[in-house]
Design a protein around this ligand. Sequence first.
Ligand code: NAP
Ligand code: MG
Length: 398
Amino acid sequence: MEKIKMTTPLVEMDGDEMTRILWKMIKENLLEPYIDLKTEYYDLGLEHRNETNDQVTVDSAMATKKYKVAVKCATITPNAARMDEYDLKEMWKSPNGTIRAILDGTVFRAPIVVKGIEPCVKNWKKPITIARHAYGDVYKGSEMKIPGAGKVELVYTAEDGSQTKELVHKFDGPGIVQGMHNLNKSIESFARSCFTYALDTHQDLWFATKDTISKKYDHTFKDIFQEIYDAEFADKFEAAGIEYFYTLIDDAVARVMKSEGGYIWACKNYDGDVMSDMVSSAFGSLAMMTSVLVSPEGYYEYEAAHGTVQRHYYKHLKGEETSTNSVATIFAWTGALRKRGELDGIQELCDFADRLEKATIDTIESGEMTKDLALITTIENPTVLNSEGFIKAIAKRL
Ligand code: NAP
Ligand code: MG
């Protein structure tokens, strides 16, 4: 069989621990036998980040701007324990944070739905993708404890020195106060990323805020989404037969619970933080969740939503058998290969991504799976495979 040819490289960001082991197995067993894999390789493993003073992370993000599509393995975000373990020069920042700051994107998280791993919400038949705005609000807020009676005001001082004030509250006893902000520019890129991704994946887009109560703050989010939709996306949505739908956050929550799924739910920063944990756990497992960073310019970085599975890696190092789920990492690769195929007009690459996803899902649905899924499946007497055995079982089907 002739291997599928690629014209433009993918940016390949290797990572750490158990996911680094899976990464190699996936390439050897599922990709390289079928594709003449063209990648520009960046080793984001913690050792190499430390050697390069984290320059490699910046370089990999710049390469993503150049080639437009990247696939990333999970990486360690250093903490105090990692400083000693890896003898680090500095407590390097989270690679995901660094990459997101350079590409200015929105992260979309979607569950991988298979028969036999049933969502807790029984009417959810299709995935619900959460798009979380990742700038500002309470995450960049400033707060004060108010010790006793007094007045709290918001004060805006313009560059010419003129001031605008707004009373927050006249306290007659102790209390608390919080100030937060967002930027029109950031909300605009969030909106564009969401509309672009909805067109890309051919799904409706839902957006919700508390604009009835927050008539300036949340209402600005609503207005910016609507303005960008009307000016840049309405025609495209109509042509694609998909819908943009705005509603109040309480209404959205109620509708989500009663829906079948199959849409993108755009959330403000805090809503997205809270709701993505609810949605992902209701769908079954973090190991069955993909994540893609989409920049407003149309750069894509695909990864698994879980971490480096450290506990399994330590077992692996001791020579013990592991049963680590590689599905989300496989889907990071298929997402990136499909996008590469679309951008370069290589239909074979898109078809291959479809086939690999189908082989993965069919393997699980036929009862062969890793331990994490065997514990929650409704399939009777599942066969529990080890990390490598599961990838080999997929390869056999492929
Ligand atoms: P984790 O790697 O997601 O693992 C937490 C636990 O979830 C595991 O111990 C395992 O449970 C289960 N799990 C997660 N993924 C699994 C998989 N593919 N197959 C089977 N079980 C899976 O989170 P963590 O242990 O908190 O973090 C480890 C490292 O990952 C940290 O250094 C953190 O900085 C990093 N991290 C990176 C990213 C990223 O790069 N995007 C994201 C999150 C965390 P059992 O042990 O019970 O089997
Ligand atoms: Mg959270």
